[in-house]
Design a protein around this ligand. Sequence first.
Ligand code: GAR
Length: 197
Amino acid sequence: TKGVAIFVSGGGSNMRALVADMVEDHPARPAVVLSNNADAGGIAWARAQGIPTEVVDHRPYGADRPAFEAALNAALAPHAPDIICLAGFMRILTAGFIDGWAGRMLNIHPSLLPKYKGLHTHARVLEAQDAQHGCTVHEVTAALDNGPMLGQAVLKVAPDDTPDSLAARVLTLEHRLYPAVLRRFAAGDRTPVLLHA
Ligand code: GAR
């Protein structure tokens, strides 16, 4: 099986969905959960599950992203992961790190890419009065939120949706989409997964 490193910065609900799916009959297993934030809820949960964890605080590195990324790779090394899944990891990675993991790193983003790269996606969807919204899993390349698409899940925006309601509804879809994509990807299949709410 392929070892998966899951990177989280916050609550880690996508990480939990990925771990929950990696049980029997799965081509991958959780190798390590890594965070830039020692207080991330995801770290405590992973530790309680007996999954190895690593914390690499970005703050001591200041603007020196390559040094931070060298520390990330050093923390990963003993776990020898085959795949990295970014799951709410809120640090931008440089081309230097990304190129070292080319074809082996996935990200989930809360919009229907290529629309709404970056932050505040739910508010931007409402502002634009889009009829549809959702989430995307893509391969990570050096251009932010721009790598080959590996899956999308779509929902209809309701007239009474708020940024918070959309965030919650999209997150529920994320928990279905990301495990489905990882299952395929770890088996060497890059056919996009398409889901509807
Ligand atoms: C998710 O909605 C994820 O798509 C988003 O952060 C949330 C993390 O939730 N990621 C980004 O915005 C990446 N730029 P989680 O910690 O509960 O999985």
